[in-house]
Design a protein. Sequence first.
Length: 134
Amino acid sequence: MDNCKNLFLAGSEAPAVAAMWVIFVSRKALENIKVGEMWVPKGVNIWIWMLELHRDPKLWGPDTHKFNLERFAKGVIGACKCPQVYLPFGVGGRVCPGQSLAMVEMKILLALNISNFGLLLQPKHGVNLLIQKI
Ligand code: HEM
């Protein structure tokens, strides 16, 4: 997708935000640069609004506000028209250093939750068995 090409500023620095729920990340243009159709002068800070980026129906489809894990069945490339805009942990040199820890923590939480439900499936109304002498 052509719009993706200039989304990130080359050679940028970031006063990054560290939080569990990051709403914005910012980048400062270190030189005059064109982002899409827009010229960004050197020194200007661009604030990337993650919430909007991750919910834009033009990128994610009309059901963007639905909790639908299956949209990721084929990875981010299958879920989003422009996969580069999926930035839950930021991007580039200032990407979140806690990303791996956070992912492991979430997997542990998920495993603990699932283990509370038990791993054995049981038929609701029992099972009828026909036994014959052979
Ligand atoms: C679900 C959990 C988390 C999310 C969604 C998240 C997201 C982010 C995002 C979007 C950024 C900005 C990156 C950028 O500017 O490109 C960031 C930066 C940062 N995060 Fe996280 N983070 C999470 C967990 C953590 C954890 C567990 C730690 C530490 C143990 C951590 C430490 C940091 C630090 C220190 C920065 C600043 C990095 C820099 O400016 O160089 N984060 N995080």
